[in-house]
Design a protein around this ligand. Structure first.
Ligand SMILES: [Zn+2]
Length: 494
């Protein structure tokens, strides 16, 4: 038997893992283009004499037999995703489907030349490959390796994975977290909804002599999973508040309205144009007053907010009064922002919604909304409320297939083992938390609700950007953490 992994020097483990990582970096593997990397991984397991399946989603599922005498211990899945987000610095020539990632190994960090590194989740995959190669150097029960595809662009691999690969397992260790020392033990489910209604236009009344465009900008926006509780102002909601304020002082007939980009991005800008019977000065005054009010409440989080007014030419047509009323009422009614914080952990959001975009054309108006909940029931509750508001305001809706939530399980044996082993190896307790992002783990728990899951990882900074870098000093401790955990599992009867 080779030397025990837990007894190896840090550098020996790090070099072993980076050797595997370098092979992955050489293979272009953006989401939706995983064939090559999937074939490479299949070959890896075949060459090591292990049973391997490549399913129609190009997911790889491999079986690693238990150490002698450990056959009856709980089946544990080690899992990661093989695809990566490929982005390059401006001006750096890079073709994501054909160019390799060029690695730069410094003293403290591993980085890529000009592009994202793909430590998310290449380092998770590399560590698992290293462990499979050295499977005789630690005690373990039966292991299954699952490498999924398309995590970064729809989670098609995890969603399509046959549930038989999860049904007989007790534990799943997801190696796709970004901070060593943190154990993720729950994630949000998400659902995307599109609302729309037909619009009717009329010629503007000649008595509405002032024509203005208002632009809202300078807001911080951000990802609706990570930033929803950090006091960001939603530009679309703000636009409607301004419209409603103007309505209290005079007439307003809107001719255009738009804002935001995506379901999962907090809208950082919005604009609308309208005809009104108010003087331009009055509109400007109302906007100043609005800016002052926003700064009073959100000054610390939105210091750069700008509400600009510009006189524009008279529009040919404006929204029918009834359409305007229903549209603004609907946007005012639907909740956007934090809905529920955790009673146990005041720093954690359990449910939120983000009104991400509004688009209006000659025929209809369309809104994009994304709701998140760390329990499926919260999302259902949410959808019900949105549907009622839609009905009231004569909006139609399309609800996309939800991504399931992974609800925190305080009785998880796997989590208890992980906390114990981490503290033993590192001399301090790990941070246990849940995330308000959607993870592949939601699909796994849906396919096998009895599965106990944790998500762990090395420390990776600035993922999904050309500044992505891996903290090298977290690689060996993370490998030892997994090994310690697998040894613990193989020493404790289920
Ligand atoms: Zn990832």
């Amino acid at each position: 038997m080779s030397k025990k992994i837990l007894a190896l020097a840090t550098d020996e483990i790090l070099n072993g893992v980076l050797e595997e990582f370098a092979k992955l970096a050489a293979i272009p593997r953006p989401s939706k283009h995983e064939e090559q990397v999937s074939n490479f991984l299949k070959k890896f397991f075949t060459e090591h004499g292990l049973a391997v399946v490549q399913d129609k989603f190009k997911n790889i599922i491999a079986e690693v037999p238990a150490s002698p005498g450990k056959e009856n211990f709980p089946l544990t899945i080690l899992q990661g995703h093989m695809d990566m987000v490929c982005v390059a610095e401006e001006g750096y020539a890079f073709e994501s489907t054909s160019d390799p990632i060029k690695l730069i190994r410094g003293e403290k960090f591993l980085e890529a030349e000009g592009t994202s590194l793909g430590a998310d989740d290449g380092i998770g995959i590399a560590e698992i490959l290293y462990l499979v190669k050295n499977r005789d150097a630690f005690e373990h029960g039966p292991l299954r390796i699952i490498f999924t595809t398309d995590e970064e662009q729809g989670m098609g691999g995890a969603s399509g994975l046959d549930k038989k690969f999860l049904a007989d397992a007790n534990f799943l260790i997801n190696c796709d977290s970004e901070k060593f020392g943190e154990i993720i033990a729950g994630s949000a489910g998400t659902v995307q909804i599109i609302f729309w209604r037909e619009l009717h236009y009329v010629r503007p009344d000649t008595k509405l002599g002032t024509n203005v465009e208002i632009k809202i900008g300078g807001l911080r926006g951000g990802h609706s999973g990570g930033e929803i509780s950090s006091g960001r102002v939603n530009a679309i909601k703000l636009a409607v508040q301004i419209m409603q304020t103007i309505t209290r002082h005079g007439k307003i007939r809107v001719s255009s309205f738009g804002g935001g980009q995506a379901f999962n991005a907090i809208p950082d800008s919005a604009h609308f144009a309208f005809a009104t019977d108010l003087k331009v000065q009055k509109v400007q005054e109302l906007c100043h007053e609005f800016t002052r009010r926003i700064k009073k409440v959100y000054g610390a989080t939105e210091p750069d907010i700008k509400i600009e007014t510009k006189v524009v030419k008279r529009p040919d047509k404006v929204l029918h009064a009834k359409d305007y009323e229903l549209l603004t009422t609907f946007i005012a009614l639907i909740h956007s922002g934090v809905y529920l914080m955790s009673p146990e952990n005041p720093a954690q959001v359990l449910a939120s919604a983000n009104l991400g975009a509004v688009r209006m054309n000659d025929k209809l108006v369309e809104l994009k909304l994304l709701a998140r909940g760390n329990a499926d029931e919260l999302i259902e509750e949410f959808i019900e409320g949105f549907e009622q508001a839609a009905k009231l305001c004569a909006f139609e809706s399309k609800i996309f297939e939800p991504t399931p939530a992974w609800t925190f399980n305080p009785n998880s044996k796997l989590l208890n083992f992980a906390e114990e082993i981490f503290a033993e190896q590192n001399g301090h307790a790990p941070e246990v938390s849940t995330t308000h992002m959607g993870l592949e783990t939601g699909f796994f728990i849906k396919k096998n609700p009895a599965l106990e899951i944790i998500s762990i990882g090395t420390t990776n900074e600035n993922i999904h950007s050309p500044n992505e870098r891996l903290h090298l000093d977290t690689v060996a401790p993370h490998v030892k953490f997994i090994v310690g955990l697998l040894e613990k599992i193989s020493a404790t009867q289920a």
